[in-house]
Design a protein around this ligand. Sequence first.
Ligand code: CDT
Length: 320
Amino acid sequence: MSDRKLVIAAAQLGPIQKAEGRDVAVGRMLRLMEKAHQRGVQVVVFPELALTTFFPRWYEEDIANAAHWYETSMPSNATAPLFEAAKKYGIGFHLGYAEKTPDGHHFNTAIYVHPSGETVLKYRKVHLPGHRDFDPIRKVQHLEKRYFEVGDLGFPVIRAPLGDTEANIGMMICNDRRWPEAWRVMGLQQVELVMLGYNTPSLNMDNRGFEAHHLRVEHSHLSIRAGAYQNACFAVATAKAGTEDGHELFGHSIIVNPQGEIMAQATSWQDELITVEADLGMCALGRSTIFNFAAHRRPEAYGSITGQIGSTPPPAWRPG
Ligand code: CDT
C-alpha cells in the first residue's frame, strides 16, 4: 500500500448512430461525468472517436464528404461543456476524437485534459488497422487507413498531477493495444497509467477466415492484461459498445492493475461507468523485480524489432 491513490473510471459509451450529432454524445458524456463526480472519481477515460459514430466503416469516394467527422479545434463549441464539467467537478478526462490540423492533416487522436482545461498530453494513433480503398470482400469496411494518417507523435509519456498525486501517463488507441511494442515504448518511459479507448466490432468483418466469436473479447483483454503486467502499469480500457446502424461493437471495458488483474469490468453495452481506486505504488514491484528493465533487458538481441516491418522465414534445417 502507498499514499499514491487515485480514483479512476472508464466511461464506456453505448452506440452513437450515424445521424446523431455531437450534442447527443456530449450530453451523454456529461451525465457520466456527473456520475463520476458523485463517486469521487478523479480521472475519467472516454473511448476512441467518442464524439461520433465509428465512421471509418462508411466508404466515401470523395474524402471531402467525410469532412464533418473531424474536429478542427479543441475545445470547440460542441466540446466546451466537457471542459467546463471537468473544471466544475475537478476531474481530468481523456477524450478520443478525429482531428483535422490547421494544415490539413487527419489523425485518430486522444488527449488528456487537466481539470483546469489545459491539455496535458496528446497522442495520435500509430497502428491504423483496416485498409485504404473499398474492399469488396469485407462484410463491413474498416477505412482507418483512408481517413487517417499514421500518428506522428510516437508514444509519449508525461508526469502530471492526477487527483491528489502525480503519475506518469501515456495513451494508446484501440488497435495499438494488440502491439507489445507500443506498451514497451511507454514502459521504457516508466508509464504508470495507460489510457486507451476502442471501437471493436463483435465479429471479424474481414471475411477471410474463421475466428470464433468468443475470442474477440478474449484477445482484447489478453492484450491489455499482458501489456499492463509486462510494463508494470495500470490500464483503463474504454469501449464504445452496442449496435451502431446495425453494426455491433463489443463493450467489456476494463481497468487492469500492474499484476495484469482485471479490477473492474463493464457488464452492459450501454453508457456505463466503472471505477476503481488505484494504488499507483503497485507499479514499483514489477518495475523493480521481474521487469526491472535496467537489470534484465537485452536490446542487443532485439534489433529486428525496429529493423524490419514484415516477418521473414527462418533458415530451414534438414536431417543429415
Ligand atoms: N478501432 C480499431 O482500431 N479497431 C480494431 C478493429 C480491427 S478490425 C479491422 C481493433 O483492433 O480493435
